[in-house]
Design a protein around this ligand. Structure first.
Ligand SMILES: Cc1ncc(COP(=O)(O)O)c(C=O)c1O
Length: 443
């Protein structure tokens, strides 16, 4: 299929009709950046209801790890669906769930044995991390990071500090949550130069929070995204994660890695925290794990996940069809897609960085593997955030047949399916270049 191929004004007539129907019956809380109405997808290519063909660098918010409807995943889903759809792994046993727990034990970077708890989404995976952290430590408080996104149910929303609108009107949230600055070295929250940034953000926890707000012996866990996703695709420096591990270990605090967005091969390693060599105590995994079927998993050191029957469970969690999809996904990731994410990700990042020469709007290009953020600024010196321009670029890309999403206030995220080829990455760079030119001309 030739990509992109835009045959109608966007949205086309069929897309427009569906959006009109949606507008009266679906929750208006969803953030629709542009009017895409999908009909079908294959690999990194998406066709809309009017026959327009797009290159997908959004992947359903970093979910379609193996691409749209990968035949191996579809086969696994179909075979399992033909056997049984549901039996509740909370009450009974079935092989796909056990096998998936075994696979996760083999691929998660936690030595000495782990156990898995199965839910249906990222937020549920984080909720289980919160509950288990409190249960296992018998401590109440949690430290999270400004800019972080951990979900929207009440517990995980209490950790989320990405956009204030996500919390506005929903308080009071869970007590006992404290936020520390995230080491965003491009825009240091403490106004330091890059060399000191990671260390100083860590010192904020050690010398400010622990000294003035909460004693470390009452902190159950520190929860961190090794690469902030919704916050703008910001990579935590390895040294910061290493020092955070030391600090948490020193005080008996659990380290929880939220790899909902950065995990399952997206970063070019199976999990982004592996770049730092740090072993967390617990991980939240979702999004890419089942290539699009709903599944969230909390993986924890076996000794920690020692809660009794009835302490935590989920009717749908670990659905057998989702588990089958996850097993097929993990095989594809191990066989080739993690390596592809690393290789094509490096290629894409180089291409996007080369656009900096031509487009002063680009302030920063960063990321790992196929998790790349391009931050747009009005001025490279002041780093004034180019919020409207970012939205305009995302829209201009859509009009040209490239699907990307915003992240944070003013970054564009590239989170394509991990099957993206180098040729497709070049197409993405070309269209993004054109979109930047169009918005640059309008300024
Ligand atoms: C890092 C992170 N954690 C948790 C979540 C919540 O996942 P879900 O939307 O599946 O509840 C997200 C979603 O974007 C995420 O990026």
């Amino acid at each position: 299929m030739s990509v992109p191929s835009i045959r109608t004004a966007l949205p086309g007539p069929k897309a427009k009709a569906l959006i009109d129907r949606d507008s009266t019956v679906v929750s208006p809380s969803y953030t629709r950046g542009y009017p895409l109405v999908i009909e079908r997808g294959s690999g990194a290519i998406v066709e809309d209801v009017d026959g327009n063909v797009f290159l997908d660098c959004a992947a359903g918010i970093a979910v379609n790890a193996t691409g749209h409807s990968h035949p191996d995943v579809v086969k696994a889903i179909t075979e399992q669906a033909g056997k049984f759809l549901h039996m509740s792994g909370t009450d009974f046993y079935y092989e796909p769930q056990v096998r998936l727990a075994e696979e996760l034990a083999a691929i998660t970077p936690i030595a000495g044995g782990v156990r898995s708890f199965f839910g249906n989404s990222g937020t549920e995976a984080v909720e289980a991390c919160l509950k288990l952290s409190r249960y296992a430590s018998r401590r109440q408080n949690i430290i999270a990071f400004l800019g972080g996104f951990h979900g929207r149910s009440m517990g995980s929303l209490s950790l989320t500090a990405s956009k204030a609108i996500q919390r506005q009107g929903f308080g009071p949230l869970m007590p006992g949550v404290y936020h520390a600055p995230f080491p965003d070295c491009y825009r240091c929250p403490l106004g330091l130069n890059t060399a000191d940034c990671a260390a100083e953000c860590l010192d904020f926890i050690d010398h400010q929070l622990f000294a003035h707000v909460v004693t470390p012996d009452e902190v159950a866990a520190v929860v961190i995204e090794p690469i902030q996703g919704e916050g703008g695709y910001v990579v935590a420096p390895d040294q910061f994660l290493q020092r955070l591990r030391e600090l948490t270990s020193e005080h008996g605090i659990l380290l929880v890695a939220d790899e909902v967005q950065s995990g399952m091969g997206r970063s070019g390693k199976m999990f982004a925290i592996e770049f730092s060599g740090v072993e967390p105590d617990m991980m939240a995994i979702a999004k890419g794990i089942a290539s699009g079927l709903p599944l969230g998993v909390t993986v924890a050191r076996a000794g920690l996940m020692a809660w009794p029957p009835g302490a935590h469970a989920s009717t749908f969690g670990g659905n057998p069809v989702s588990c089958a999809a996850a097993l097929a996904t993990i095989k594809l990731l191990k066989d080739s897609l993690v390596a592809n994410a690393a290789a094509v990700g490096a290629h894409l990042q180089t291409g996007l960085r080369s656009l900096m020469e031509k487009h002063p709007l680009i302030g920063d290009v960063r990321g790992r593997g196929l998790m790349i953020g391009v931050e747009l600024v009005r001025d490279r010196q002041t780093k004034e955030r180019a919020v409207n321009e970012r939205n305009a670029v995302v829209n201009a890309a859509f009009q040209r047949g490239l699907l990307v999403l915003g992240a944070g206030k003013n970054a564009v995220r590239f989170s394509p399916p991990l099957v993206l080829t180098k040729e497709q990455a070049d197409i993405a760079v070309r269209i993004f270049d054109e979109a930047l030119s169009e918005v640059g001309r309008r300024r």
